[in-house]
Design a protein around this ligand. Structure first.
Ligand SMILES: Cc1cc2nc3c(=O)[nH]c(=O)nc-3n(C[C@H](O)[C@H](O)[C@H](O)COP(=O)(O)OP(=O)(O)OC[C@H]3O[C@@H](n4cnc5c(N)ncnc54)[C@H](O)[C@@H]3O)c2cc1C
Length: 399
């Protein structure tokens, strides 16, 4: 079966890439190959549902650029196709004096990243926005929003099908082979041939990349994020989104409170090393995934660097009391009894062989295959912009 373009992965990055390709090249044939029965079954359907403003990211980085543009494109798409979202704003709160320099640094970054109407607020201004939040100083970020990225993905699927994009679900990519003029994608059920292949395989992106980039020294290290849900009786404690000042040594934002678009209020996610890339339960274990992580030469360096934080995260994963203690820094009134276990998601975090957790989005390409190798948060917010830049460099004839 011959296509112009094959996209591997029907998460939001693959779908938004297809969306941008059909806009630029309406006559090209595009096939999306996905191993699951539907779209958004991994990171995209297991995330916090936050439309990030772009405040945190290093100015000029791919995260900063794509988050800002992706934010605008996502809203345009949702307005055009009636996907529900809400721009409710969030607060980032410093709970003690030590956190204030970091909070001020985040504010400065936000300004450098072009965010308008950011406000540094004091305790009483914070109380007007989030009456139950602790904090001696905070940033109010009015741009932050909430959405269900599965809804966005399902709408994308519908629009793509209307535009002639073909989907093959329950089709697992096993190999990618260059021929003299094309590239063959071999799955569990057949071979598909294309001029270009784009891999947006999330938690499996390193394995797919290795099929064509044998010397790639990069590994996906999976970090599970677990959530609790607030019982109805405690929902009044959170108006919108309450975030801590993040640990500058760690690439995740810290447990926070999020009002979801469906009315739930979630607390989390933590970040625990996962023994299974696609296992969402606390005790999920996959031998291949575990060996793959621990045998990687960068892993030991990461373990050495983060063992203390990692041990704390494991402890909080198994002790609700410890999890709630972390949450109480943000809302002192929250009690263990206010929370019930919620969902979980697994982050695909790329790690280099010298033991660095890659901070920015990262792509590897050859003449016919482009691999999205690191697309962690805020890649759901950024997906339309990532897709736009991939489409713009495809350099294909518009047949
Ligand atoms: C806990 C958590 C909270 C987050 N919160 C936010 C947030 O609030 N806001 C935000 O912007 N971002 C957030 N993120 C990040 C965001 O969810 C991801 O960056 C984004 O969803 C990545 O999309 P993706 O399409 O690259 O990957 P995925 O959604 O993981 O999709 C990859 C797809 O590739 C498929 N695939 C893999 N291997 C193969 C194969 N061999 N053959 C065929 N198909 C294959 C998979 O089945 C999967 O469907 C969060 C992530 C997590 C885990």
């Amino acid at each position: 079966m011959k296509q112009n373009i094959i996209i591997i992965g029907a998460g939001i990055v693959g779908l938004a890439t297809a969306y941008n390709i059909v806009r630029v090249y309406p006559n090209l044939s595009v096939l999306i190959i996905e191993k699951e029965p539907d779209v958004a079954m991994h990171q995209t359907g297991h995330n916090s549902g936050v439309i990030h403003s772009g405040i945190y990211y290093k100015p000029g980085s791919l995260k900063a650029q794509n988050c800002t543009t992706g934010y605008a494109r996502l809203i345009e798409f949702c307005d055009q196709y009636n996907v529900k979202y809400e721009i409710c704003g969030k607060v980032i709160v410093a709970v003690d004096e030590n956190e204030i320099p970091m909070l001020d640094g985040i504010y400065k970054r936000g300004i450098e990243n072009g965010l308008e109407n950011l406000r540094i607020i004091n305790k009483s201004e914070l109380a007007e926005i989030e009456p139950y939040a602790a904090g001696i100083k905070a940033i109010h970020v009015p741009q932050t929003g909430i959405i269900d990225f599965t809804d966005v993905s399902l709408k994308l699927k519908e629009v793509l099908i209307e535009n002639g994009v073909e989907f093959k679900f329950e089709e697992k990519v096993l190999n990618i082979v260059h021929t003299s003029s094309r590239v063959n994608v071999i799955t569990n059920s057949g071979t598909f041939s294309a001029e270009k292949v784009i891999s947006c395989a999330g938690l499996q992106s390193d394995r797919i990349a290795k099929l064509t980039e044998k010397n790639l020294e990069l590994k996906i290290i999976p970090f599970r994020g677990e959530y609790y849900e607030l019982k109805d009786s405690a929902k009044h404690l959170v108006k919108n989104l309450i975030y801590p000042v993040p640990d500058p040594e760690f690439p995740f934002l810290g447990v926070h409170f999020t009002r979801m678009i469906d009315g739930k209020v979630e607390a989390g996610p933590n970040a625990v090393f996962s023994f299974d890339r696609e296992g969402y339960k606390k005790l999920s274990f996959n031998l291949k995934d575990t060996l793959d992580s621990v045998a990687f030469k960068g892993f030991l360096k990461i373990a050495k660097q983060y063992w203390k934080t990692g041990a704390g995260e494991f402890y909080r994963s198994f002790s609700k009391k410890a999890f709630v203690k972390a949450l109480r820094k943000l809302i002192p009134e929250i009690a263990e009894d206010d929370l019930v276990p919620g969902n979980s998601g697994i982050r695909a975090q790329a790690c280099s062989s010298d033991g660095k957790l890659l901070d920015d989005f990262y792509f590897v390409e050859n003449s016919r295959v482009l691999h999205v190798c690191n697309a962690p948060s805020p890649a759901a917010t950024s997906a339309f912009s990532i897709g736009e830049s991939i489409a713009s460099k495809l350099n294909l004839r518009n047949t």
